[in-house]
Design a protein. Structure first.
Length: 223
């Protein structure tokens, strides 16, 4: 019997969870006995400069297929899930059967897309078109391409309700970053009854000295 950890990454990043290797550090911190499973929700151009985001419906399909492939290859597999930021929403939407434990890192709670758009529209070269194709320049020099379907699907979601439904099937832990510069300090919109909420020091990506503490929290949860 093998223990697998499926990783669900956030918006506009690669399968390792970002340029600083968020998921790679978690996988390393879990130690032996775990099989890390990382995959991309997005498509990257051959030159590595343009990343194409897919709508949530397509991301959910990719996650469900990944979990299904594990089950097909190893019917006795024990599967845990670690998601970060928007990857928490995708994981909750998929609400896959047979997940032993799930850890949602820096999970979003607010559905208003205006705050996200405001972070990008002031940047040189940014194009925001909610009815067409948006082009979002990133700090690493890449450009993220976002279709209209993504914005439409995102605006219709009730994040807390999704987390509640997910927690009814899976032992769920929400790890909130106290110094989250992306999501801010918005409070939970309502009590979340069937899950554990952990607040820990850290930025949205748990960078610098916060990374080691966060990895330790995840490892303790999944042990």
């Amino acid at each position: 019997m093998h223990r697998y950890v499926v990783f669900s990454h956030g918006f506009g990043v690669r399968k390792d969870g970002g340029g600083d290797g968020l998921f790679a550090d978690i996988a390393k911190g879990l130690g032996v006995g775990y099989v890390p499973v990382m995959f991309d929700y997005n498509d990257l151009s051959e030159d590595g400069k343009i990343l194409h985001v897919h709508p949530f419906s397509d991301q959910v399909r990719r996650l469900s297929e990944t979990i299904g492939e594990i089950r097909n290859q190893d019917p006795e597999a024990v599967i845990d899930l670690v998601a970060h930021s928007q990857g928490c929403i995708t994981a909750a939407l998929a609400n896959s059967d047979g997940i032993r434990k799930a850890v949602f890192l820096a999970p979003p709670f607010m559905t208003d897309i205006r705050r996200s758009i405001a972070r990008y529209k002031g940047k040189p070269g940014a194009v925001i078109d909610l009815d067409g194709v948006s082009r979002l320049p990133r700090t690493d020099g890449t450009v993220t391409i976002v279709p209209a379907e993504y914005w439409k699907e995102r605006e219709s979601l009730d994040h807390p309700a999704l987390y509640e439904a997910f927690s009814a099937k899976t032992e769920l832990y929400l790890v909130r970053a106290q110094d989250d510069e992306i999501l801010g300090d918005a409070e939970l919109p309502r009590p979340l009854s069937d899950m554990r909420v952990i607040s820990t020091p850290g930025t949205h990506d748990f960078t610098g000295s916060f990374r080691e503490d966060m990895v330790r929290v995840v490892a303790n949860i999944l042990s």
